[in-house]
Design a protein around this ligand. Structure first.
Ligand code: SAM
Length: 290
């Protein structure tokens, strides 16, 4: 089968099947062999790997993955793409295509079945409308994962990578960095896709930590604190936490805790790093669990 990273080959397949792009599924297919090579190299895919691909489209990256991995599981929501994938992937016996919504798939069960429960690699050109639920779902459901190498909107890649003191810093930065080490490995312009998206894109690799960089008594509490701090970004941390319906700490408890940490009473959540959120979480936890 011809390399679909070459635009003419993608056009031929689309015409043969009279395929109509579905905007609601975030369909922007890759048509650049350099970008495809870069993704495969950054994900470090090799013959021992079981790879999960989210949204294979017409199978462009799936072909590259099938050449390099032991097994590829490709989950595609659009049923119109399934016969096309049957055609474009017919030369490979190591690809399993599943016609499902990735947010409804039991990925841990799949990893167990296809990889003995050992860590899988996730590689994808993601549908941008569900980037955050996909990534947070992968981390929070404790699926065994080695790394996630994905194309996302450039702005979202930046948010995942930055630390305190920048406008992009937020709950997503902290959540991603709690679970993984993020590295942007390529910036990708709109002309590498068909049709062209109206935003810039970037490939980011998230390498899962063996141990989280902070160990806290109650992970859920720390994430509630993080969410509450950034939900009301313009408020002080004291007010943000005190106003949150997810939390029940008094103003006095919060101010006393900030004082213990040597932080100003007027500090905003966006000034705290992951270590400080961890410390805040443990101190507040102790107040209610002694
Ligand atoms: N991998 C292909 C490529 O690089 O050319 C296609 C990438 S395209 C950006 C995103 C793909 O994800 C589309 O094929 C789309 O139909 C699929 N998709 C969208 N929502 C999905 C979902 N909830 N579950 C699984 N696949 C989904």
């Amino acid at each position: 089968m011809a390399n679909l990273g070459i635009p003419q080959n993608t056009i031929e397949v689309l015409q043969k099947y009279n395929f109509n792009f579905q905007k609601k599924f975030g369909q922007n297919f890759l048509i650049d062999t350099h970008v495809l090579d870069k993704i495969i190299a950054s994900a470090d895919v090799n013959k021992e790997d079981c790879v999960l691909e989210i949204g294979p489209g017409i199978g462009t990256m799936t072909q590259y993955l099938a050449e390099n991995a032991r097994k590829v599981i490709a989950v595609e929501i659009d049923k119109a793409l399934i016969p096309i994938l049957g055609d474009t992937l017919k030369e490979y016996d190591n690809v399993r295509v599943i016609n499902e919504d990735i947010l409804k798939v039991d990925i841990a069960a799949l990893a167990k079945e296809e990889n003995d429960g050992k860590p899988i690699k996730v590689v994808a050109n993601l549908p941008y409308y569900i980037t955050t639920p996909i990534i947070m779902g992968l981390f929070e459901s404790h699926v065994p994962i080695h790394s996630i190498t994905v194309m996302v909107q450039k702005e979202v890649a930046d948010r995942m990578q930055v630390g305190p003191g920048t406008k992009d810093y937020g709950a997503l930065s902290l959540a991603v960095q709690y679970y993984a080490k993020p590295e942007i490995v390529a910036n990708v312009p709109p002309n590498c896709f068909m049709p062209r998206p109206n935003v810039g894109s970037a490939v980011i690799r998230l390498t899962k930590h063996q141990q989280p960089p902070v160990v806290v008594k109650d992970e859920k509490l720390m994430f509630r604190l993080i969410r509450a701090s950034f939900n009301q970004r313009r408020k002080t941390l004291v007010n943000g936490l005190n106003n949150s319906p997810e939390l029940n700490f008094s103003k006095e408890e919060i101010t006393a805790t900030l004082e213990k940490m040597g932080l100003s009473q007027t500090i905003r959540g966006e000034a705290l790093d992951l270590q400080q959120f961890g410390q805040l979480s443990d101190l507040l936890w102790e107040l209610h669990n002694k």
